[in-house]
Write a protein that binds this ligand. Structure first.
Ligand code: R5P
Length: 309
């Protein structure tokens, strides 16, 4: 049953009625922040998991004739969160929404955006097709692993960068001119974005991954890090292996203090402990994957993007 508008909601709608924000169950806090920053009206979601593990969602406010933005991340449990996102899009369209934008802070399966070994699938292509079938018309995410993954979407999809927000976190702590290190060549653009805010140097290590075992090896040219504060920037920290390897090289080369920042802190298993044990003083992530390491919110970035749509 849809609830009618309250008096205060009506006042907000008159002021800013461009779209409504659907508070997806996996990103409720972030969605609330976005609604507060944009002034867009919120749509609550009732959700639960059936005893057999299937997901259930229901929109609790009207979306009739609205452009809606569903905020729902797809970190662990990835498959359930993806299904919830699809279900919410279907519910929005069935209940009269005229346009559905998906705000997916962390987009699962984006790393399998091409065939690495014969016989594989392209996971993100399947995800994109499923989201289209569910009723999503456009998608916004943050720091997708490779922008080429966006080409697999049959509707407009774009990625934003949260690296300046992460660098500003360190700047506020007084880390002016800190050394920004990318743990591999692919992340060098990330280190360079951080460098623009921090005003120090930026370098990258080299990383090779064995596609069969997933094992990585890193090598570092001589980095000028002796006695310096270094922040290792990456898009994702998953098992922590990449950061542990980079921290080892930094210690060997005499870095004074080591920190790490990523957009998506998946931090699976004992990743956090392994990183801290490797001599990293602090792990900073965004709320694309909500955890105690989510010290930087994506709300301002995503709010501006929504206002500009
Ligand atoms: C891969 O190239 C990504 O940018 C990350 O470096 C990677 O996903 C991190 O994975 P892990 O924490 O398991 O080393």
């Amino acid at each position: 049953m849809f609830k009618g508008k309250t008096k205060s909601q009506t006042a907000r709608v008159e002021g800013n009625h461009k779209m409504k924000i659907i508070l997806g169950p996996s990103s409720t806090e972030l969605a609330e922040k976005i609604a507060d920053l944009t002034g867009f009206e919120k749509v609550s979601v009732a959700s639960r998991v059936f005893p057999d593990g299937e997901s259930y969602v229901r929109l609790e406010n009207s979306v009739m004739d609205e452009h809606v933005a569903i905020v729902n991340t797809t970190s662990k449990p990835q498959d359930s969160n993806l299904m919830q996102l699809g279900f919410l899009a279907n519910a929005a369209k069935r209940n009269g929404a005229k346009k559905v934008t998906a705000i997916v802070p962390y987009l699962a399966y984006a790393r399998q955006d091409r065939i690495f070994l014969e016989g594989e699938n392209v996971s993100i292509e399947t995800v994109a097709a499923m989201l289209k079938a569910a009723g999503i018309d456009q998608l916004v995410t943050a720091n997708i692993h490779a922008e080429t993954a966006l080409d697999k979407f049959p509707f407009p999809a774009k990625t934003l960068t949260a690296i300046p927000l992460l660098a500003e976190y360190f700047l506020k702590k007084g880390f002016t001119k800190a050394f920004a290190l990318a743990p591999d060549k692919g992340a060098m653009y990330i280190a360079q974005q951080a460098q623009q805010i921090l005003g120090g140097e930026a370098e990258n290590l080299e990383k090779q991954r064995d596609r069969h075992t997933g094992q990585t090896t890193q090598t570092g040219v001589h980095l000028k890090v002796k006695g310096k504060t270094v922040i290792i920037f990456d898009d994702i920290i998953s098992t922590g292996g990449t950061i542990v390897g980079a921290a080892k090289i930094l210690r060997e080369q005499g870095a004074a203090r080591i920190y790490t920042a990523c957009v998506h802190g998946l931090l699976v298993g004992d990743a956090e402990k392994r990183i801290l044990d490797a001599g990293v003083e602090e792990i900073v992530a965004t709320d694309s994957v909500p955890s105690k390491n989510s010290k930087v919110t994506l709300a301002p970035l995503l709010s501006e993007a929504l206002k500009a749509l």
